[in-house]
Each structure stands twice: as C-alpha cells, then as structure tokens.
Design a protein around this ligand. Structure first.
Ligand code: G3P
Length: 216
C-alpha cells in the first residue's frame, strides 16, 4: 500500500520522507491556505522532496479554465499530479490530461458511480473521502468496498486513493479492502507505529539491558 501525506507543511513532509515510507503527497486549496505559502512555490518545494506523485488541485470550475491551470501546474515538476473535482468538467479534463500522459487525481468522490466515472475518464487516482462520508452518516469503508468491487469487476487500473483519513483504523480497513493508496495527515501516519505493548516491551528490555552493565 502506498502512503501519501495529506499536507502542505514542508517540515512534516521532510520528516516523513526521511523514514523512506512516504510515496507521495496530496494537497488541496484548504491545505494550501493553512500552510500560508504561495501555491506554486510550495508545490515546487514538495516535488523536490518526494519522488512520487504530488497532487495539486485546480480551482477553475470549467474545462477550459482547468486545462489552463493544469498547464501551469504540470510545468512545476514531472511528479505533479493534477487534481480535479468530480464534475463533468473535471472528468472531461481528466480524460484530456490522462490521454496526454499526465497523472490525474479525481477528488471529492462519494459514490461508487462517481468512482466508475473517474475510471472511465482514465483517472490515475480516485479520491473517496471516507472521513467526510462518516461525518454525514454513511460508512466510508462501505464506499471503499464498493469501489474495489467495481474496479475489480472491470479490471480498471485507476488506483483507489483513500482520502479524508482521520484515524489509524481507517488505514487498517483500507488496507484490508485492498486500496492501493491512502493519504493521511502526518499525525495519523506517525500514529500507525504506536502500540502500548511495543512501548511497554521497549521499556522492559531497556531496564533489563541496563542491569547487564554491557554496551554494544
Ligand atoms: O485530501 C482530501 C482530504 O484531505 C480531506 O480531508 O479531513 O478535510 O475531510 P478532510
């Protein structure tokens, strides 16, 4: 499973990239706003830190506008992945860009039918938002199961990029279902390593080691 960091915070991206476990980054207009950075500048900096796909989202709502923005964004670096919204114009843009060899992430996916459309449009990634699905009384993981089933039925190559991940159980469930990618806030990625018995085990081993008086 690929791990993407859902952030535009450079320090967090550098810290995760240094572990060797980070496969890409996703951003959106809200994360750019939160970072306080210039969109193009921060995207360029992120693309220089990670080798994998870095999603940068268009803000135009019409096809011509999206294509123009995508043109600017894809010039930033070879690993830029253009993020478009789940609309007919977004799908039209997805089709045009992927036919041209550009990576595209179709975002704001909340149904199996929407995911089917993204695959038909040749999307590299589809981003179902599990947390926001849960927030609204649906089961985000049922959505991932639906998309997995649909994509496997037709052998679609679009990768399921589980987004709006809020906690470690979302990651576990997404991995059980077989989603190719998950994107999560850095704190959630770092929390994956934590287990109370691991901490307790280290504490016990350290205490006993100290009693041996040895060094390595
Ligand atoms: O990548 C989109 C995703 O980050 C949205 O997450 O927590 O704002 O629903 P959230």
């Amino acid at each position: 499973m690929k791990f993407f960091a859902d952030t535009a915070e450079i320090a967090d991206i550098k810290e995760l990239a240094a572990t060797g476990l980070l496969d890409g980054v996703t951003t959106n207009p809200s994360l750019i706003m939160k970072s306080g950075r210039d969109f193009i500048e921060v995207t360029r900096e992120i693309c220089g830190i990670v080798d994998g796909p870095v999603s940068a989202e268009v803000v135009a709502l019409d096809h011509a506008g999206m294509m123009a923005e995508a043109e600017t964004l894809r010039k930033i670096a070879d690993n830029v992945c253009i993020k478009v919204p789940m609309t007919l114009d977004g799908l039209k843009t997805c089709k045009a860009l992927t036919s041209d060899g550009t990576m595209v992430n179709v975002t704001l996916c909340f149904s199996g039918n929407q995911a089917l459309l993204a695959a038909k449009a040749g999307a590299t990634f589809v981003s179902p938002f599990v947390g926001r699905h849960d927030d609204n009384g649906f089961d985000g993981m049922d959505l991932i199961r639906d998309i997995r089933l649909i994509y496997d039925n037709y052998d679609y190559r679009t990768e399921i990029l589980v987004a709006s991940v809020r906690h470690v159980v979302h990651v576990l469930e997404a991995a059980r279902i077989g989603a190719e990618v998950m994107t999560a806030p850095p704190a959630v990625i770092k929390a994956l390593v934590k287990h109370v018995l691991t901490d307790k085990g280290i504490e016990g081993f350290m205490a006993d080691w100290a009693k041996t008086g040895q060094t390595i």
